[in-house]
Each structure stands twice: as structure tokens, then as C-alpha cells.
Design a protein around this ligand. Structure first.
Ligand SMILES: C[S@@+](CC[C@H](N)C(=O)[O-])C[C@H]1O[C@@H](n2cnc3c(N)ncnc32)[C@H](O)[C@@H]1O
Length: 242
């Protein structure tokens, strides 16, 4: 367990008092089923160095192991575990004002993931996948102000840049889609699903052979606006954007 207080100054300036393991587990048990679902999304708006998100990741990785076990077998399939574990990481989000906490949180989550990854996948581990997970963590655990919903600079002061979160999902086989949303608009409900428009049907009719991938690279007609969308192999998500 990390220390609950780093310094009196940090408590005074930022209310930085970390939650003990026992309370973390008791609180997470209130939503136990969700914490044990690989793809349920969690956001910690003042994540510190990750006491809550670390435990959520541990629980999700246990679920990922179970999901990767084929029928009538006992051990998880390495490649299936790899995919499931990427989903587990990609569904956890955090915001903190202090860059040292953000970095510590990303590293902590990475180390938890990597230990299980090596444990299950052994010689089949891939450096590309490790890079992909580092990249996902760099986008999901952000240095920002959860009240103003802006990114902050190294001194914890607001910038003009809005916090942007990525939604990650497998769209087919090993293809992973990333869609970026502004956090302020998400909270304002500006991304509410819209009724399906006629455009999709017209496109389908005109180009009957259009494949799923090219459709997904367009704005899907049954969802609201988002900033950008990328589709790529899940081990290469780091090739797109920052
Ligand atoms: C009380 S600690 C809790 C950390 C962690 N959630 C835990 O329970 O162990 C509060 C954290 O919130 C961060 N914080 C304070 N105000 C914030 C804000 N407006 N936006 C984002 N993070 C903030 C601090 O930097 C600190 O890391």
C-alpha cells in the first residue's frame, strides 16, 4: 500500500490524502459485478497515483484470464488473454492535477498489466503490444482539472486545451477502433445517440460491397459527433495520433 499522505503541503494545496486498500476494496465491492467485467468503463476524476484504478485493473485482469480459457480447458489462450487484457486497460480512465501522480498512476497500471501479461503469455509477449498499452495509458490517464475539464500544465494550472478521452473497442478480429471525445461535451450529454440517419442506408445501397472497415472509418450514423476516429490493429494503436 502507498503512504496515505506524501506531505502536509500537498494535503493543504491539493487535498492529497490517498485511500487505504481496505476502503478501496470495500467501495469497489459496492459495484463488484462491474469491476469484474473486462470491458466496463471506469473513470476516476482525482485518481492520484491510482489506488482505485489499480485495484479495478487487477479485478478486470482476473476476469480477462477467465474469458480467455476455451471450453473444457483450464488455461487461458495467450493471444486471447492479450486481447482481453488490452480491453481491460483501455476501459480505465483517470484524471489528476499533478503530473507526478499521473506518471506514477500510468506506471503502476502498466506494471500490473505487464506482470500478468508475462505470466500468461510467457514467450509469446510482444513489444508492439507493450507499446500499445503504454500508448493507451498515456491517453487514458491524463493530467487535467476534473472541475474545469481542461488539461493543466506542469504547475497544475489550467490550459485552454479541453480534456479529450478515447473510446477503444474491437471492431472485428484484431482491429481496434479509437474514437476521441471531449470530456466537457460528454458530461453535457452532447454525444447522446441520434436516431439512425438515412445516409448509412443510402451508402449501403449504392456501394453494396462496402466493407465494415471503411464504414467504420466514416462517422457512424447512429452515434453523435466525435473528434476523430482511427481503426488499426490493436498492437499498433500507437501509430495514430498523439
Ligand atoms: C484525496 S487524493 C485521492 C487520490 C486517489 N483517488 C485515492 O483515493 O487514493 C486527491 C487527488 O486529487 C487530485 N486533485 C485535486 N483536485 C483536483 C482536480 N480539480 N482535478 C483533478 N485532480 C484533482 C490531487 O492532485 C490528488 O492526487
Amino acid at each position: 500500500m502507498t503512504k496515505q499522505v506524501k506531505s502536509r503541503q500537498r494535503v493543504a494545496d491539493h487535498g492529497e490524502v490517498f485511500t487505504a486498500d481496505r476502503e478501496v476494496n470495500a467501495m469497489l465491492d459496492l459495484v463488484k459485478q462491474e469491476t469484474e467485467r473486462v470491458d466496463s468503463r471506469f473513470l476516476e476524476p482525482a485518481c492520484g497515483d491510482g489506488n482505485f484504478v489499480a485495484e479495478i485493473l487487477r479485478r478486470k485482469l482476473e476476469a480477462a484470464k477467465k474469458r480467455a480459457i476455451p471450453p473444457r480447458k483450464k488455461k487461458p489462450l495467450p493471444l486471447e488473454f492479450e486481447k482481453q487484457s488490452v480491453i481491460a486497460v483501455a476501459s480505465i480512465y483517470g484524471v489528476d492535477l499533478l503530473i507526478d501522480n499521473v506518471i506514477a498512476c500510468r506506471e503502476r497500471l502498466y506494471d500490473i498489466w505487464n506482470a500478468e501479461y508475462e505470466n500468461i503469455c510467457k514467450k509469446e509477449v510482444s513489444e508492439d503490444c507493450r507499446e500499445a498499452v503504454r500508448f493507451i495509458l498515456s491517453r487514458n490517464i491524463v493530467c487535467g482539472n476534473a472541475l474545469s475539464l481542461k488539461m493543466v500544465d506542469e504547475d497544475g494550472n489550467d490550459t485552454d486545451e479541453p480534456i479529450v478521452f478515447s473510446e477503444w473497442s474491437f471492431v472485428m478480429g484484431t482491429k481496434m477502433q479509437r474514437k476521441d471525445y471531449r470530456f466537457d461535451k460528454l458530461l453535457a450529454g452532447e454525444y447522446e445517440p441520434k436516431a439512425a440517419t438515412k445516409k448509412k442506408k443510402r451508402v449501403d445501397d449504392e456501394y453494396g460491397q462496402m466493407n465494415l472497415l471503411s464504414m467504420l472509418e466514416e462517422k457512424p450514423s447512429d452515434e453523435g459527433e466525435f473528434l476523430t476516429s482511427y481503426v488499426t490493429d490493436y498492437r499498433r494503436v500507437q501509430d495514430h495520433g498523439q
